[in-house]
Design a protein around this ligand. Sequence first.
Ligand SMILES: Nc1ncnc2c1ncn2[C@@H]1O[C@H](COP(=O)(O)OP(=O)(O)OP(=O)(O)O)[C@@H](O)[C@H]1O
Length: 540
Amino acid sequence: MSLLHYFGQRRGRLALVIAIIVVNAGLLTLGGIGSATALTLIVKRQAGPFFAWVGVTIAADLSYAVLLYFQTVQKTKLTQEIDTLIRADVAQRLGAQDYAGFHHETTATYTSWLTNDISTINEYGIGDLLMIIQQIAEIIFSGTTLFFFHWSLLVTVLVFAAAMVIFPRVFKTWMDRTSLARTKANERLVNVLEDMLNGFDTLFMTNLTKVLAEKIVAASRDVNHHYIAFGRASGAMYASTNGLSFLSQLLLLAQAGWLILRRLTPVGAISGVQYFGGTIFAELSGIAFNWREFRSVGPIMDKLASAGTKPVPGPPADPWLARPTALQLTDVTYGYADRPEKVLRHVSLTIPVSRKLILTGDSGTGKSTLLGIISGQITQYTGDITLSGQNYRDLPQGVLHDQLAYVTQEPYIFNASFTWNITLGRSVPTAELTQVLQQVGLTPFVDGLAQGLDTILTHNGTDLSGGQKQRIALARALVSGRPILLLDEATSALDKDASLALEKSLLTMPALTIVMVTHHLRPEIAALADQVVALSDINQ
Ligand SMILES: Nc1ncnc2c1ncn2[C@@H]1O[C@H](COP(=O)(O)OP(=O)(O)OP(=O)(O)O)[C@@H](O)[C@H]1O
């Protein structure tokens, strides 16, 4: 992932912005030439030409002002387009990862990548690169003009220019290091913000809301510290390159005076040298500074690329999977990386097609872990799992996901309409949607909403009850049309009668293969299952 790659994708607008920038640099130069020439003419007391050049200078400066407007607008459009390209790329990479890969970083970290890092790319990547182009254009125009005043002025400029290009290299490592540390601190801040703000209710009920401010202030100080470290690096470079620039301008002024005294250049050169010399050195020190900043975006782009590889379209689903015959677990063993004890030990289980299996067991014994493995989210187990005789390890994730719907205890609700939360954007016939709503018992609730199915639900369903969220998740699973349902305490938030009714309705759907995890197995539910398995009986 390189920023230049994204510039390439928007080369048309980039060319337009560069064209405006170059014309503007030319207009600025014309303004400078106008002032210098006017000075020469007034010393010679030539009134007509003097006012003509004043007019040229005014016209150049006014045109510059007008073009500046278009430059700003086009630059903003270019920046916004590139932002979206980068976000799309990162989002695609995140979406193409496997379950463990995605959860390697927190969502807050990803948020920081897609917000803070994009801002940094805007400022230091896009903004600085365009600024560098403008600075180069101004340097070329100013250098050419100085040459016409006297060639020796250009030689002096080139000597100092070389010094200014070499000098900032001293600061490269310092700036790279502090820039990366700064983005890491931003990630930590976003993580703390998300953690504390999401935990508000808990802190509020325990009268500990002061913790909110304490943690946020601490994380903010951490960010301050790293911004200041970067500010030191960039400030040191900025100050020293500017010092060199001032020194160069003074020498150039002295040289121009000497040339005028020896009648080798017109009097106007005194203002021209100040103007163009000042422009060249200011822009050169600016380039050195902006180039360093621009380069500091490199590690950020590398970090964004670490989100994974770009997705490649998966193979089409195998026809043999159209109707899976059975799920078969053989000798499955698994333990979490940071825990010494294995949670599952040599578990073997067969779940024939369209059968209903209920898995029971005490809390913490590994039921959810087993469903995590069957769902394909956890992959680092030993042993084998097959679906229709095909080993999970040979199945592309997409193919497996086409066969399974996994409903957890705490389903996620998107900040989108009721319909979207059930269909996830797929098109589903209204009759089917209505039937599923009926099956999961959501119809009375939806009918009571002023906007019905168009009601926008809040982020993570904070305006819904736990039971309503679970009903939505079940509707989502049924609408998906997957032949295998994995239910992890999927009705735990419902009252006894509602939970019984819903479980009964699910277990009597003839086509579905169901693996249902439950703590509270009621006899009427057990009677509907083909198999009731206690995890402790199969976990050795
Ligand atoms: N991400 C994780 N990292 C480390 N350990 C974990 C993780 N998830 C679960 N565990 C541990 O694995 C064990 C089994 O957890 P699991 O959630 O599978 O149990 P469970 O039978 O579903 O429990 P419950 O009925 O309470 O939901 C527990 O000891 C738990 O602490």
